[in-house]
Design a protein around this ligand. Structure first.
Ligand SMILES: Nc1nc2c(c(=O)[nH]1)N[C@H]1C(S)=C(S)[C@@H](COP(=O)(O)O)O[C@H]1N2
Ligand SMILES: [Mo]
Length: 194
């Protein structure tokens, strides 16, 4: 048996050829000097927060190893992501006690809803690098969210904001028939499974 056949993939997934590029709409222009990350909605402080590029770059770094599972059934296995742990952002700007959900926002208004418990997973990372290389613009430079146990639509490329919510919302693909939780290992692909 080849090594590739021993790879354990979630149900219904197959290995991708290389690293596909997939997103809705255009790749944004590289405006990294004007990039910032906002943390808004139901924050513990009641205020909005914003991290500019220098403040983000000063945060502790972490690595997270994981697969990238597209809900259209391809998987890019075993990526080494480098970036800032999502947990670090949650600790820096905590959500209010009654916030259990988040909407994560990208350039051009792409969004994905997540449970805060999934965002807080030790493997969730605001990634700047993969396998030692800075992300290309097409793959989400300067920052993309990666939550390895969820389908990749839960990980916006060109990440710009995290909004804490007390009620579950629906992001871009979740409004178009995809599952609100999206756990790849439970094969939560479609909204009708909810
Ligand atoms: N901003 C943004 N992020 C996005 C998407 C998108 O359309 N816009 N698509 C998601 C989906 S469905 C997938 S499979 C992955 C693809 O990431 P890749 O192009 O790096 O393989 O990006 C995710 N993040
Ligand atoms: Mo996807």
């Amino acid at each position: 048996m080849s090594v590739a056949n021993q790879q354990v993939l979630p149900p219904g997934q197959r290995l991708a050829n290389g690293w596909p590029e997939l997103h809705y709409g255009r790749v944004p222009a590289d405006r990294v000097d004007r990039w910032s990350l906002t943390v808004t909605g139901s924050t513990e402080s009641g205020h909005d927060h914003e991290l500019n590029r220098e403040a983000f770059a000063a945060l502790p770094r972490t690595t997270s190893r994981g697969d990238l599972h597209c809900v259209t059934r391809w998987t890019v296995p075993d990526n080494l992501w480098l970036g800032v742990a999502a947990r670090t952002i949650l600790d820096l700007f905590p959500p209010a006690a009654d916030a259990e959900f988040a909407m994560v926002w990208a350039e051009y208004g792409y969004s994905a809803n997540l449970r805060l418990s999934d965002l807080a997973s030790p493997r969730s990372v605001l990634a700047t690098h993969r396998d030692g290389e800075p992300l290309s613009l097409e793959h989400g430079w300067p920052v993309r969210l990666v939550v390895p146990h969820l389908y990749a639509y839960k990980g916006p490329k060109w990440l710009r904001g995290i909004e804490y919510l007390t009620q579950p919302g629906r992001g871009f693909w979740e409004q178009r028939g995809y599952h609100a939780v999206g756990d790849a290992w439970r094969e939560e692909r479609w909204a009708y499974q909810e």
